[in-house]
Ligand binder design. Structure first.
Ligand SMILES: [Zn+2]
Length: 301
């Protein structure tokens, strides 16, 4: 990254902090240094372009080193899940075009959750594509106000109109592909796990795109003045996730899950390399247990 860009990004991170400090209680317990470091990392190292590739079936990776952006291609137009930080919009456009698709064929934009590292470029990409923005009702206000309304309360984004507000389990359909949102509140009020069936090497695979691990580290879960029902909501989210039964799951931060298998993914080794992931129900149980432990520890104080 060029030096000038680094200075600009620090400035943006500081601007976000200044805005947040005007809203007492928004930033919970992260230190100033942690917030600056997290913001810079998402705008910098984690947002470095990578070559796009087909992940499985009609699902393509058009994101960066550690921000997962997924294109689901159909004969009647495409669906984009997440948009990343602002600086990524041209990367996403280049990746979509390198794969042989057209931005103007993206008809629907979805999101995994209303945090800046996943939806900040929504407004820019909406203008580039003319797509309809759809989101679970519980995250739609955040998208439309441009403010992080989650327990974390981090950087914001340019407001984007939500054309269709969805309810938990209300599928959307395009060109023979159906995508179903599962509501997983906690990380954000409307954190969404998307699931879809896709045909891959003659098999039907159920794939989920998953980015909801409960409230961020440092967030007060019990008696959070802004989110009084955060403990129950978070546990409900994990129970909702446990109802899913994917063959493969993809995440919003793919660096760790793709580590060591990137080449296999690119050359499309089968059986699919992601079938070796930690089993879904074990993962969900483990993450639920970690949030339960945080709740218990807070209650014991
Ligand atoms: Zn997040």
């Amino acid at each position: 990254m060029k030096k000038s860009a680094g200075v600009l990004l620090s400035g943006l991170a500081l601007l976000a902090l200044t805005q947040a400090q005007a809203q007492p209680g928004r930033f919970e317990t992260m230190s100033m240094e942690q917030k600056v470091a997290a913001g810079e990392s998402y705008h910098g190292r984690q947002a470095v372009p990578v070559e796009p590739f087909r992940v499985v079936g009609n699902i393509y990776f058009v994101g960066t080193t550690n921000i997962g952006i997924y294109l689901i291609a159909t004969p009647e137009g495409h669906i984009l899940v997440d948009s990343g930080v602002n600086e990524m919009s041209s990367t996403i456009r280049d990746s979509v075009e390198k794969l042989g698709f057209r931005m103007s064929d993206i008809k629907i934009m979805l999101s995994s959750h209303a945090h800046f590292d996943h939806v900040q470029a929504h407004a820019v990409l909406q203008r580039m594509t003319g797509a309809q923005v759809m989101a679970l009702e519980a995250d739609a206000d955040a998208l439309e106000t441009g403010r992080d309304l989650s327990p974390l309360g981090f950087e914001g984004w340019e407001p984007v109109q939500v054309d269709r507000r969805l309810q938990d389990g209300e599928s959307i359909n395009l060109g023979g592909t159906s995508m179903t949102p599962t509501l997983v509140p906690g990380h954000t009020p409307g954190c969404t796990t998307w699931s879809t069936d896709t045909e891959d090497s003659g098999e039907t695979m159920n794939v989920v795109i998953f980015g909801c691990n409960g409230p961020n580290d440092g967030v007060q879960i019990v008696n959070n003045p802004r989110f009084p029902t955060l403990p129950e909501d978070s546990l409900f989210g994990f129970d909702n996730l446990a109802k899913l039964n994917p063959d493969i799951y993809l995440t919003g931060h793919p660096e760790a899950p793709f580590e060591g298998i990137m080449e296999q993914l690119r050359v499309q080794v089968r059986p699919h390399p992601l079938l070796q992931q930690q089993p879904w129900h074990e993962l969900v149980a483990e993450r639920r247990a970690s949030i339960e432990a945080r709740i218990a520890a807070e209650r014991a104080q």
